[in-house]
Design a protein around this ligand. Sequence first.
Ligand code: GTP
Ligand code: MG
Length: 197
Amino acid sequence: MIIKEAKFVISNTDIKLCPTDGKPEYAFIGRSNVGKSSLINMLVDKKDLAKTSGKPGKTQLINHFLINDEWYLVDLPGYGYAKASKSSRHQWEKFISEFLTKREMLINIFVLIDSRLEPQKIDLEFMTWCAEEQLPFSMVFTKIDKLSSSALQKNLAAYKKEMLKYWETLPPVFTTSSESQFGREKILNYIEQINTD
Ligand code: GTP
Ligand code: MG
């Protein structure tokens, strides 16, 4: 898919203020600092469309970006940020779970996972929640430029093994690097395929 245009539309914590034009939405979620905002920039090939930071907790709001005037990429705050206060964590849960469960045009949730880590309880719990809520999701292993291909294969296999303990089938799996743009075409083609179906 060719990205002709990518523009910021709105940021908020209130799903009633999110766009209501019926265009399909694709959301990006995962632990703080996993690379959600960087992945969005990589997909649209723009450096600063979504704000990124070396420090976790940068994205705090629901951010809608309109692509080719046809569909939205949605950048979300991360979970598992150790320094977040209890009340802000509670707020997070409330508006994010509302967004994820109530948006009729939310077509797919990309759950980002740091490819350098062993299976993390918090990610497995989040995906279990998505499955329980019957929310369609895919797994995106990020930052693959930071490890060898053998280490990556080992970590992917460990995740798959862990998930197959609970589920019969696995969701679609992508591997990405926002540094090298690895995985860009696969994700864009996946979105295009769903949009044209
Ligand atoms: P929050 O908004 O805080 O939840 O974080 P986020 O998930 O949006 O992460 P963000 O995109 O801000 O990236 C966090 C850090 O990881 C930044 O320093 C990025 O430059 C770095 N980063 C993100 N993706 C990659 C990648 O694929 N490779 C490498 N080497 N670094 C990456
Ligand atoms: Mg972010």
